[in-house]
Design a binder for this molecule. Structure first.
Ligand code: TYD
Length: 393
């Protein structure tokens, strides 16, 4: 039984950017409520949206637009080649190919249900199936040759039906085959009061203790965990069939589990405390913005993320407070953020004569962004961040 702990109010679909001609149309909204399952430690949102409404031919997010993500995928591909020497690799949720492009075309397969993205990798010559990963697709793909490494980053958190995923993985992996999953870490989310990790697409934010329980049911186990910096702190789980004795259990697994338990990720009281911090974060962010607007200063946003959608709608911040967002994603440009209806403009290097304050929507790329905008910062430009608590930096 799920125990509710956080109510983030009525939210629109986070990635449904609005075109100018539809600005006056009524948006569909849903209740964003987050709960904890004391039996399997899983944290998830309670009202899920049909996947076809979110992952279609207009999916805006492209992994290749971030240097941080490109580097992370490149480094991982080098590690995979060295450690596992795979003959065939498959990525579930291959997006625009930021990961698969690090491999030779004849030894990698992409699976990407968003047709606009699958088109990109197919055009570049990578075998890409524009379908949802399931048992029938797995059978089709692995009929002649089994897969040695299946990788999936920031995708499992989007998929409601685990059972189908793991069954499909099991029947398509070779004997030595492994699954690598990478998703935002619940521990980092709790520590950073990053409540914006919850939105319609992020059904789950995983912990190692929850994933372990889920995998158990499908006779899989985690044999290594790497803590990465992407997406505000993620975990990369290396998973094998229990009967696969080819890989040894890395002590990192137990270490992560101990740390998660020390931080109370197995207890409901931890999530109640988190919810109280979220409420304080909301109050403080509203105060920070109010103070700036009282002084008649301009605020713009940086990175029109799905995460921003949760924050802006939860804190009821709109185009009266934030004039516009800069973003590099071509699909988002000249559209409006769902709910708050703040316009997204084509990214330009920040200048003090344009704005004094910038709300950091893409806080997970803070390092990359601060490096890019060092002239703005040197000239006295300020950023507003809500992570780990709202402040001006
Ligand atoms: P992402 O981190 O995927 O967040 P979410 O999953 O919450 O949508 O998206 C990052 C967004 O920030 C994406 O729209 C691109 C944008 N962005 C910039 O505009 N400039 C930058 O320098 C970086 C790093 C990102």
């Amino acid at each position: 039984m799920m125990k509710k702990f956080l109510n983030l109010g009525l939210q629109p679909l986070a990635n449904s950017y609005i075109t100018r001609n539809k600005l006056n149309h009524k948006e569909k909204k849903f209740k964003l409520i987050v709960g904890f399952n004391p039996k399997n430690y899983l944290v998830s949102i309670l009202n899920t949206i049909p996947k076809e409404k979110m992952f279609n031919d207009k999916y805006p997010y492209k992994s290749s637009e971030s240097l941080t993500m490109k580097k992370s995928f490149k480094d991982l591909s080098v590690e995979i080649k060295k450690k596992f020497k795979p003959n065939l690799i498959l990525e579930i949720g291959s997006n625009d190919g930021a990961f698969i492009k690090n491999f030779k075309k004849n030894c990698v397969i992409g699976v990407e249900p968003c047709k606009n993205l699958a088109k990109i990798t197919r055009y570049k010559g990578y075998k890409t199936f524009s379908e949802y990963w399931d048992v029938s697709l797995a059978k089709k793909i692995s009929k002649k040759k089994k897969i040695d490494v299946i990788y999936s980053a920031n995708t499992l958190s989007h998929i409601e039906n685990f059972s189908e995923i793991f069954k499909a993985v099991n029947l398509s992996l070779s004997d030595k085959g492994i699954l690598i999953l990478e998703d935002p870490s619940l521990l980092e989310c709790i520590k950073n009061v990053a409540y914006d990790q919850f939105y319609c697409e992020h059904i789950y934010v995983f912990s190692a203790i929850a994933l372990k329980k889920i995998l158990d049911k499908f006779n899989f186990e985690i044999f290594d965990i790497q803590n990465t910096k992407t997406h505000g702190g993620s975990n990369r789980y290396f998973i094998k069939r229990k009967k696969n004795s080819f890989y040894k259990l890395n002590p990192n697994v137990l270490k992560n589990i101990v740390v998660e338990k020390k931080n109370g990720l197995h207890k409901f009281s931890t999530y109640k405390r988190f919810a109280n911090k979220v409420l304080l974060s909301k109050k403080r962010l509203i105060q920070v913005v109010k103070k700036i607007k009282k002084n008649k200063k301009r605020i713009i946003g940086y990175g029109a993320t799905a995460k921003s959608c949760t924050v802006l709608n939860y804190c009821k911040i709109n185009d009266k407070q934030i004039d516009f967002f800069y973003d590099t994603t071509s699909y988002k440009i000249s559209k409006f953020l769902p709910g708050s209806k703040i316009e997204v403009k084509k990214y330009k290097k920040l200048k003090k004569n344009v704005t004094d304050y910038v709300f950091l929507g893409a806080w997970n790329f803070k390092k990359e962004i601060f490096k890019k905008e060092r002239d703005f910062i040197k000239s006295g430009g300020k950023f507003i961040t809500h992570i780990p608590y709202p402040k001006i930096i």
